[in-house]
Design a protein around this ligand. Structure first.
Ligand code: 5GP
Length: 183
């Protein structure tokens, strides 16, 4: 099986239409909730980029965007539990209404560290907007204010999410054939 090819995605879990309409709903909800608050969106690189850009097109209030990158899976499909900042924010989070935009919350370990890290910078508020929630895998409790979809325990790719940097370009969320990472 060649990595990155269509036949290595064994099932479409969420199609492009479903993504479009749910992301529009989230954008509308955030627009209403953050009216007059000038939110700072913190996009977690790289997986949340496609979600962020579609989400922002549906946010119709003054807002700013910044990016952070933390270490996660690398080439494997299980979390190491070690979270390291690779790229920090350029804009100060102090006193801001921060919305963390993340692709997926799995064990919750990455998000727990991010919350601790950003809370220490004294934002006015801190909420999380996650496209996908793999709830049954959770090891630490995380308050998720905005969730696109709850998904079952499977390794998913597409719409920004990768395996070994492949599959980010897919316009849908699909389940990766385990043969790809077992071989
Ligand atoms: P956690 O710390 O919650 O276990 O993992 C969070 C990070 O692991 C996510 O930001 C994402 O990068 C990665 N991750 C978790 N589950 C999946 C998955 O099913 N597919 C992909 N591509 N990445 C995942």
């Amino acid at each position: 099986m060649e990595i990155g090819t269509p036949e290595t995605v064994k099932e479409v879990l969420i199609n492009a239409d479903q993504l479009r309409s749910r992301v529009a709903e989230l954008g509308a909800q955030i627009t209403a909730d953050y009216d007059g608050k000038n939110p700072l969106f913190v996009c977690i690189l790289k997986g949340a980029v496609m979600f962020l850009t579609d989400l922002l097109k549906n946010v119709n209030i003054p807002s700013q965007v910044d990016f952070m990158q933390v270490s996660s899976y690398g080439g494997a499909t299980e979390s190491s539990g070690i979270v390291k900042i690779i790229k920090d924010l350029d804009i100060s989070a102090e006193g801001r209404h921060v919305v963390i935009v993340e692709d997926i919350v799995d064990t919750g370990i990455t998000m727990k560290h991010l919350i601790e890290l950003l809370s220490a910078r004294r934002p006015a508020s801190l909420n999380i907007c996650a496209l996908l929630d793999k709830k049954e895998r959770r090891l630490v409790e995380i308050p998720l204010t905005y969730v696109g979809f709850e998904i079952p325990n499977a390794f998913v790719v597409g719409y920004g999410l990768d395996y070994a940097e492949y599959y980010r370009n897919l316009p849908f969320i699909g389940v990766l054939d385990p043969q790809v990472y077992r071989s």
